[in-house]
Write a new protein. Sequence first.
Length: 43
Amino acid sequence: MFWKAVKECARWWRDPLSHPDIARMSERERADLPFERPAQARP
């Protein structure tokens, strides 16, 4: 049970939009979420 939760958390860390709470949001709600830019995209 614990490892299943860890794997799910790791998946959400790699792809935050796959989290069930975010998947239920409207496009407008998701547009307001503060996501950090990946390190390679930073100036």
